[in-house]
Design a protein around this ligand. Structure first.
Ligand code: SIN
Length: 486
């Protein structure tokens, strides 16, 4: 059996509840497709409301004992899981490439990134601290302690099938929370494989439960209104995030939302242009452009814009498009036909309004959902591509005259996840970083993602931070104890 069939064959395909794999109630399944061939890979149990309820039952049953487990023990489970992921990077990467499309090289990088969240939070588990203070008026003491928020619902997206899971699961495990995970319908296999790996690392039954499903409404809906649930963490689109917020309000859940982006990439006239182009390739092309932190629009100082666009077009035009598992592929397929159609529509809209195609410009041939890496110049302000999240390998380039104009363009969006800035002037760099309405800034770098850093946005990009020392706080409540000394 080849590696591709073996990894698909070996992945568990059921609902994972209380440490056991089971069929969905009703026995149904849904198909997972390879976006690089548009062919079916395998069927996965199609979770229903009853399965979601059993998963939450298991999480609730496990909560008290799990919260009382020594932090070091919780940390060591995460550390063992990091080791197992690291040892199995090749198989995990192949599985991810098959269900999501990105190249094997990118999948390996994601497995490593995902594993890093487990290692980072294995170290944070033993640093959960409270404080002790004398009341200002004397006579009593103020004691605070941090406690797990309780059972969590973690909803993960298809674009980073492992990393978006581990950056929720890692801190939840470290904090002593139990959880139900609802992986994306398009890419459930990596999460199911991770559940098995975490059990092997020693995670007790019931702490992590996974409910794959073709219907978020049937599974997530009832969970959100169950009073035993205490928190929801979601990564995905802003409209879905808003609807979850409304549901969360009914149950007053703790909420973390990592939502859409529309990242500006600013290149000032004093920038190292070659470095800016290299950074632009990473910020745009990582994950085939299917990332919330993908550079969505390039605003370049008038005097260097032509050279920047030509160099970017040369690099993107030379990238090899193909099935993610093929040797040498740099750009895999988009996730499905809808996504390819949406990217095509945005490019056609821009070109129809006067943009020039410097390279690419259309879907690429093949059985999968391929789109040619594209650079557009002279993109008019009215083009939808400047205000909508592209989620594809398309780089629209526009120009600016002054620093004030660059900032106004960058901030002229409802989103506020990340912005990228290239300049060699330190004062300007800090001025612009301070002025940007985003949760993150890449300064002379096209990559901000790091397990040790607080990832998250402002405005319509959501709130809450994942990763870093901030990440575990999302899973902890502060209890204050007033201590009489009388
Ligand atoms: C995302 O696309 O949601 C996150 C990407 C990352 O963590 O780098």
């Amino acid at each position: 059996m080849g590696t591709q069939s073996r990894v698909v064959e070996n992945v568990p395909k059921g609902i994972y509840v209380a440490g056991e794999w089971r069929d969905a109630s009703g026995g149904g399944g849904f198909w997972v497709e390879d976006p690089g061939t548009s062919k079916r890979l395998c069927q996965v149990a199609d979770g229903q409301a009853e399965d979601a309820a059993s998963a939450l039952d298991a999480a609730v049953d496990a909560q008290t004992e799990w919260a009382a487990t020594p932090p070091r023990e919780r940390g060591e489970i995460l550390r063992r899981a990091w080791q197992l992921m690291t040892d199995r990077v090749d198989d995990l990467a192949m599985l991810m490439t098959l269900e999501m499309g990105k190249s094997l090289a990118e999948s390996r990088t994601e497995v490593t990134y995902a594993a890093e969240f487990l290692r980072w939070f294995s170290e944070e588990a033993v640093r959960i601290e409270g404080r002790y203070a004398e009341a200002p008026a004397g006579g009593s003491r103020l004691l605070t302690m941090k406690q797990p928020v309780g059972p969590c619902l973690l909803i993960t997206p298809w674009n980073f099938p492992l990393a978006m899971g581990t950056r929720k699961i890692g801190p939840a495990v470290a904090a002593g929370c139990t959880m139900v995970v609802k992986p994306a319908q398009l890419t459930p296999l990596s999460m199911l494989q991770l559940a098995e790996l975490l059990a092997e690392a020693g995670l007790p039954p019931g702490v992590l439960n996974v409910v794959p499903s073709s219907s978020a409404g049937k599974t997530v809906g009832p969970l959100m209104s169950d009073r035993r649930l205490r928190k929801v963490s979601f990564t995905g689109s802003t409209p879905v995030g808003k609807s979850l917020m409304e549901q969360a309000a009914q149950n007053l859940l703790r909420v973390s939302m990592e939502l859409g982006g529309n990242a500006p990439f600013l290149v000032f006239g004093d920038a190292d242009l070659d470095a800016a182009v290299d950074g632009a390739v990473i910020a745009k092309m990582r994950n085939n452009g299917e990332s919330c932190v993908a550079a969505n629009r390039f605003h370049v100082a008038e005097d260097v814009a032509e050279e920047f666009a030509a160099k970017l077009a040369e690099q993107l035009g030379a990238m090899k498009v193909g099935h993610g598992a093929e040797e040498g592929t740099q750009v895999g397929p988009l996730i499905d036909g809808d996504q390819r159609d949406k990217v095509t529509e945005l490019v056609d809209d821009a070109v129809g309004k006067g943009a020039t195609v410097a390279t690419g410009g259309s879907a690429a041939a093949g059985d999968g959902y391929f789109f040619t890496p594209t650079v557009l110049t002279e993109v008019p302000e009215s083009a939808r591509i400047l205000s909508e999240e592209v989620f594809g390998p398309v780089a629209p380039v526009t120009t600016f005259g002054s620093e004030e104009q660059a900032l106004a363009l960058a901030n002229g969006t409802e989103f506020g996840l990340v912005a990228y800035v290239y300049t060699q002037d330190l004062r300007r760099a800090l001025r612009v970083a301070e002025g940007l309405q985003t949760g993150m800034v890449g300064l002379n770098t096209g990559m901000v993602s790091n397990a040790a850093a607080p990832f998250g946005g402002v405005k319509a990009s959501g709130f809450g931070r994942e990763g870093g020392v901030e990440g575990i706080a999302e899973y902890l409540s502060t209890k204050y104890v007033a201590v009489s000394m009388g």
